[in-house]
Design a protein around this ligand. Structure first.
Ligand code: 13P
Ligand code: SF4
Length: 304
């Protein structure tokens, strides 16, 4: 077992040797966020992957995020330190079933959440993230929109658009298990705190909170708010960045179960192994990459 500092030293020297950059999602382990060159949300990190001169991207998140980085920058080598880190929600929609739904609604356009696999992106008209879902839907010419896979984000969008939303039945297990009672308990315990929730939460949770924000939205809001206490209704990995950037403010997870096991699979040892062995390489077949890139590019053209 190597000590933490020696792992960090080896990672830093291999990073230089390989001309690599480390990107970490803000739900990743704190130790991984600390050694990353950039920490952000899934879209921000994919854009970062495009902007980087580095030849190698080590993506510390789940596989759909690393895939998005590859789709947008196929000339780079994209590595994921643990190939088992996958988003269960992304696995809740498959191409054959989506095609059936499209056939039932030939006049609808398809919006896929970024938390999808590459083949679903290839099958969709445009992608969105939690930061821009409403803007993306409102930007479309069609009045009817199939929205996959998150039913909670779909319900949130439906409340903020005049278009007809046809939802899929997927959900994020981490956000969907947060209940309205958890919000009530946390608010009773911290009556002065502002409460923010991610739109992957159930609508009965969103109705009770002060603000609905994507992860980057939460980080931005905390910086500008005069309040000193916040209840956070999203994956608790985000508390690491919030606490680091705002040492005088206090943050409380809405419940102790806001934990995504997949986002925690990558640790310092797996990052080091990944750089030593240059694996696991993330790729997408060329035809899917080209179609999925169109879907991501269309989103990037819409204001975030
Ligand atoms: P973003 O805010 O990064 O889009 O992500 C939410 C999420 O659940 C990522 O897994
Ligand atoms: Fe997927 Fe939810 Fe984990 Fe994000 S937090 S990777 S949406 S299961």
């Amino acid at each position: 077992m190597q000590d933490r500092q020696s792992l960090i030293n080896k990672i830093n020297s291999l990073k230089k040797e390989r001309n690599a950059v480390i990107l970490a999602h803000c739900y990743a382990r704190g130790e991984v966020q600390d050694i990353a060159d950039f920490v952000g949300d899934s879209l921000g990190l994919s854009q970062e992957a495009v902007d980087q001169d580095a030849e190698v991207i080590v993506f510390c998140g789940v596989s759909f995020m690393a895939e998005s980085a590859f789709i947008l920058s196929p000339e780079k080598t994209v590595l994921i330190p643990d190939a088992d880190a996958d988003c269960p929600m992304a696995a809740m929609v498959d191409v054959a079933s989506l095609r059936e739904l499209k056939a039932q609604h030939p006049d609808a356009m398809v919006v896929c959440y970024v938390n999808t696999r590459a083949d679903i992106k290839a099958e969709s008209d445009i992608c969105c993230t939690s930061a821009n879902a409403v803007e993306v839907v409102n930007s479309l010419d069609s009045d009817k929109v199939i929205f996959v896979p998150d039913k909670n984000l779909a319900a949130y969008v439906a409340k903020h658009t005049d278009k007809t939303i046809i939802p899929w039945n997927g959900y994020c297990p981490t956000h969907n298990q947060i209940l309205a009672e958890d919000v009530d308990l946390a608010m009773n315990e911290h009556p002065g705190a502002e409460i923010m929730a991610h739109p992957e939460c159930r609508s009965e949770v969103l109705e009770k909170v002060d603000h609905v924000f994507s992860t980057t939205g939460m980080i931005g809001h905390v910086k500008s708010s005069n309040n000193n206490e916040f209840i956070i209704s999203t994956e608790q990995g985000i508390l690491h960045q919030l606490e680091t950037e705002n040492p005088n403010k206090k943050f409380y997870p809405v419940s102790k179960f806001t934990f995504c096991p997949d986002m925690k699979m990558i640790d310092l040892s797996s990052v080091l192994r990944c750089l030593e062995n240059m694996e696991t390489v993330v790729t997408v077949p060329k035809d899917i990459q080209v179609r999925a890139k169109r879907t991501l590019d269309r989103m990037l053209e819409v204001k975030r």
